[in-house]
Write a protein that binds this ligand. Structure first.
Ligand SMILES: Nc1ncnc2c1ncn2[C@@H]1O[C@H](COP(=O)(O)OP(=O)(O)OP(=O)(O)O)[C@@H](O)[C@H]1O
Ligand SMILES: [Mg+2]
Ligand SMILES: [Zn+2]
Ligand SMILES: [Zn+2]
Length: 299
């Protein structure tokens, strides 16, 4: 990159006008990335966007296993090898956003394996490959919203997201057995992000095939972001995962109209269920609340 001072003086003097197109484009991308960084640095994460382990006796809010602002005080959970870090919850709570940020922080962190370009080799799985491209990379909460230098490229190996430091993420769908088979060649990953896992038709296959390939670096792990759905695969995943859980009602950055619209769209479904259910909450009626972090017992 051009050193900041000459870059700034080129901007003020107008010398940038004579730069070749390619250099102008690169400079613009660097500026866009800086802008995204600034916007993001002003954000407070929602409590559920910081994976953490709840202390014993933790009750959540409203009788549900929902994270509360107090969760922000808890130490961030650092994933260990083969952990499943899961963000589970209603529409618009920042799941995709969290996945994208986790991936970018990881890719920009210490290399997992210095032998691979950029030091990291990732896999991103979504219900379809189109979802992986659209939601995880190009969409408003995807990787490019934070770093516009991330590129989707079609190669002989398949569709990849390329990061500025040379790391790559293979983008895959999970709607057919062929999709699942492609995961075999996507092996040797240090991080696998499964977006909208509960909507992935072949979720069990995705987990079975990707697991042996998760072996790069000292803590290769999964990040799973999903809206809830009562599926046996999801229940099994919840049992082994470090889970944080949020709900649309508590996503305070969402404009009120958007929140209302989401409730209306999901009326009658599990996600759109009114939050304060009669009988679930109330003074003197303390029912045991399931622990949100269930993976703890394993260790
Ligand atoms: N911590 C935060 N602070 C401010 N805005 C946020 C935060 N996290 C997410 N957002 C914004 O909230 C909106 C919803 O985020 P996102 O798309 O990640 O939610 P989602 O849970 O994936 O939604 P969906 O259920 O529709 O897939 C986006 O505009 C995102 O940029
Ligand atoms: Mg999403
Ligand atoms: Zn919590
Ligand atoms: Zn890595």
């Amino acid at each position: 990159m051009t050193p900041a001072t000459s870059f700034e003086s080129a901007l003020t003097s107008g010398a940038w006008l004579d730069w070749p197109l390619d250099k102008k484009r690169r400079a613009l991308e660097v500026l866009r990335a800086k802008r995204s960084e600034l916007v993001r640095s002003a954000w407070q994460p929602y409590p559920w966007q910081r994976p953490h382990v709840h202390p014993d006796g933790w009750e959540g809010s409203d009788g549900g296993p929902w994270c509360t602002p107090a969760c922000l005080e808890l130490p961030v959970y650092v994933p260990k090898a083969h952990d499943v870090v899961m963000l589970f919850g209603g529409r618009g709570i920042g799941k995709t956003d969290y996945g994208a940020q986790h991936v970018l922080d990881h890719v920009n962190g210490p290399p997992c394996d210095p032998r691979v370009p950029g030091g990291h080799r990732l896999t991103i799985v979504a219900p379809t490959i189109g979802d992986a491209v659209e939601s995880c990379v190009n969409g408003p909460s995807g990787l490019r919203a934070y770093d516009p230098r991330v590129r989707v490229v079609g190669t002989r190996e398949g569709t990849l997201a390329r990061f500025p430091n040379g790391s790559r993420a293979r983008l895959l769908g999970a709607s057919s057995p062929e999709d699942v088979n492609r995961l075999r060649s996507a092996g040797n990953a240090c991080l696998i992000w499964i977006e909208e896992a509960a909507a992935c038709r072949h979720l069990a296959g995705v987990l079975d095939i990707s697991s042996p390939g998760l072996r790069l670096g000292h803590a290769p792990h999964y990040v799973v972001t999903t809206t809830p759905r009562a599926r046996p695969e999801v229940k099994a995943l919840l049992k082994r995962a470090v889970v944080t859980q949020g709900r649309t009602e508590d996503a305070w950055h969402l404009p009120a109209e958007v929140r209302e619209a989401l409730y209306r769209q999901h009326a009658g479904t599990r996600i759109g269920r009114p939050v304060r259910q009669p009988g679930r909450v109330g003074v003197g009626r303390r029912r045991p609340v399931p622990q949100v972090v269930r993976g703890r017992d394993r260790r």
